[in-house]
Design a protein around this ligand. Sequence first.
Ligand code: P1T
Length: 389
Amino acid sequence: MAKDNSFGIGTLSIHGGQEPDPSTGAVMPPIYQTSTYAQEAPGKHKGYEYSRTHNPTRNALEKSLASLEKGNYGMAFGSGLAAIDAVMKLLKPGDEVIATNDLYGGSYRLFTSIFAKWGLVFHFIDLSNEEEVRAHINDNTRIIWAETPTNPLLKIFDIRKLAAIKDEFDLMLVVDNTFATPYLQTPLDLGADIVMHSVTKYLGGHSDLVMGALVVKDEDLAGQLYFIQNASGAICGPMDSFLALRGIKTLHVRMQRHCENAEAISRFLISHPAVKKVYWPGFPGHNGHEIANKQMRGFGGMLSFELKNDSIDKAFALVSSLKVFTLAESLGGVESLAGHPASMTHAAIPREERLKAGLSDSLIRLSVGLEDSKDLIRDLDAVLKTAME
Ligand code: P1T
């Protein structure tokens, strides 16, 4: 479908960047399960030489991602971390990155255990504090790395404000848009240079693949990232590309229900006597609520909470006793998941760093799925009763 910025997210989810397959008219891009392509003479081919560089199924997905994120170029990778890895390879030893101090534990581990060894310098700070952001900028600073909403505390950062700072100092702003998805927020429209995704989550939407993506507007930046994608080779395969494309077709419908269910559960939890605090950006008391209202089109399907009886044992018992929620890492699938970030998804972050960022030992994270909300609430109610004993 020709690029048209006036189409809504539903139309773009289904048709964005997509054409019927030119050889057969197939409405879904076929799974081109091939590593290589016949050439008529050396260098004379139909645009495809080798599947690390180009594959028609992956290219269809990359066009869909670019269209959804209001960018011009999309790149799909073998995982979200592989996409982050590609961004870091734009840098050279001595370059500095200012990153949110509340972020996925695997991103933190990649930064501190791999790229710090290669001479990149990372500062993990509260990106909502403009003074602190400015205080960390120096001649070596290259990237501001934001997740918004953050994983797992659902902090919200003002993308427009961060974009103004990066413009002032000629930096790059990267937004990990995994939690929001383009249904709720399009960071390139707000001034970001690169949007990053763990496609594993809401874009794929069915917990059946691991994949990452980048989307950019700028041609030169796209050229550098395509070079890294091909040269480092962390691409995703055609079967997974097909599954992601199929998942994306229902993104708008799923996200609407994820948002409704997360709201119902947040409201239930906040009024429950066993619950101390609920982290969900839809509450007026949430310190990012005003910004979320301005830059997002809903509050998403993720929330976290702490129990009044603030013990790690109670948190463990709770997440282990749920019946409809599954205790598991990951998020964004149709099924509801519960997790304990301190021991699971964020265990790679040293305890004192976690506590400084506000991630307590007893925090419980929920990825609210598409089940009937009354069944999810009943499940939580039963285990919360035990938590009060
Ligand atoms: O798992 P992978 O596809 O490599 O994506 C990494 C990643 C990047 N960014 C964010 C915000 C993420 O949440 C993740 C992966 N997160 C989980 C597995 C999790 O349970 O939080």
